[in-house]
Design a protein around this ligand. Structure first.
Ligand code: TLP
Length: 346
């Protein structure tokens, strides 16, 4: 039986072209700034994002943490969505290592933060208060089903933050998915943000790595934080080479993941007992609720036994992420297997 892995787009192995680029990569010691391949990737990332500079780091978790460390000081308060990846899945690093309080406000189902909620929690100067020093956004929004923030929304919420002197960091782990879904240049989506990070290791299929982008001065300071966190790597051009292929060659194919996600969502909506909103699947993440007959974890276990791998988001909430290793035919097969399973449950 073929195993169909929908746990994440992070499972994608490097392409043949990436492997060739990795073998042939010119390298040097990147801590001395002398790895030509890393320098090329950083220049490419800055150019594509429309920012002055970029820094290559091992993971999205590290680039988000570096952003917090660079924008804030211990004792500050930062504003994040209550469904933010930074809040849920980064081991509380911003608080544990950055010493900041994460003040959460609700994300709506489209991953947005309401301007009124942001305004309400920004601290005025008061001897009792920690200063609010950063607003964080996420695009696409992982827990909100791959929701996409438009350039208009991002522009207006950043403008509001800037009125209060707050810089904005954008967790753009899957920003290229947003750009493809909206059919706009990625630079337009990230222009308002002061810093943005994105991952080459998700749908873009590189094996490792994320980039954080901003002004020259921001990236100079970010580089020191990366060093302190132990993220200074040496002949890392062997990895960056795959990142270059990811950015140059793998963006357009994300549309295929989006089409497959929509197909999966529409198929799931037709299976009695499974609930989801197929109109709320703009990119490659499909969130749905499993049938009430058994618990969420049990349902997922049964799916695994049928060769369909997905993840649990708590209770009966299930997440399936389409990716390069899953074809349209595989989606038909997934729907058939889940259909059979649900029938068995009665
Ligand atoms: N998300 C992973 C897991 O950590 C849950 C996934 O499978 O979706 N920001 C966002 C929005 C992310 O989705 C992720 C990874 C990260 C940051 C962190 O990236 P890594 O895994 O490279 O540290």
């Amino acid at each position: 039986m073929k195993i169909i892995d929908l746990r994440s787009d992070t499972i994608t192995p490097p392409t043949e072209e990436m492997r060739r680029a990795m073998v042939e990569a010119e390298v040097g010691d990147d801590v001395f700034g002398e790895d030509p391949t890393v320098n090329r990737l950083e220049a490419l990332a800055a150019q594509v994002m429309g920012k002055e500079a970029a820094l290559f780091a091992p993971s999205g978790t590290m680039t988000n943490l570096i952003a917090v460390l660079t924008h804030t000081r211990p004792g500050d308060e930062i504003i994040v969505g209550n469904e933010a990846h930074m809040f849920w899945y980064e081991v509380g690093g911003a608080s544990a290592l950055g010493g900041v309080i994460m003040r959460t406000i609700p994300n709506d189902e489209d991953g947005r933060l309401a301007p009124e909620s942001v305004e309400q929690v920004i601290r005025m100067e008061n001897v009792h208060f920690p200063p609010t020093t950063l607003l964080c956004l996420e695009n696409t929004h992982n827990r909100c089903g791959g929701a996409v923030l438009t350039p208009e929304y991002t522009g207006s919420i950043v403008q509001l933050a800037h009125q209060y002197g707050l810089p904005v960091h954008l967790d753009g782990a899957r920003i290229f998915n947003a750009a493809v879904a909206l059919n706009v240049p990625v630079s337009e989506l990230v222009r308002p943000a002061d810093s943005v990070c994105f991952c080459v290791s998700k749908g873009l299929s590189a094996p490792v790595g994320s980039l954080i982008c901003g002004t020259q001065e921001f990236v100079r300071r970010a580089r020191k934080w990366r060093k302190m966190l132990g993220g200074g790597m040496r002949q890392v051009g062997v990895i960056a080479a795959a990142g270059i292929v990811a950015v140059q060659k793998m963006v357009d194919r994300l549309a295929e993941d989006h089409t497959n996600a929509r197909k999966l969502a529409e198929g799931l909506a037709g299976i009695p007992g499974i609930s989801l909103r197929p109109d709320k699947v703009p990119t490659n993440i499909v969130n749905f609720e499993s049938p009430a007959a058994i618990s969420g974890p049990e349902f997922i276990q049964r799916m695994h036994a049928q060769g369909v791998k997905v993840t649990n988001r708590g209770g009966r909430k299930v997440r399936a992420v389409t990716n390069r290793m899953v074809s349209a035919t595989d989606i038909d097969e997934v729907l058939a297997r889940i259909g059979r399973l649900v029938k068995e449950l009665g």
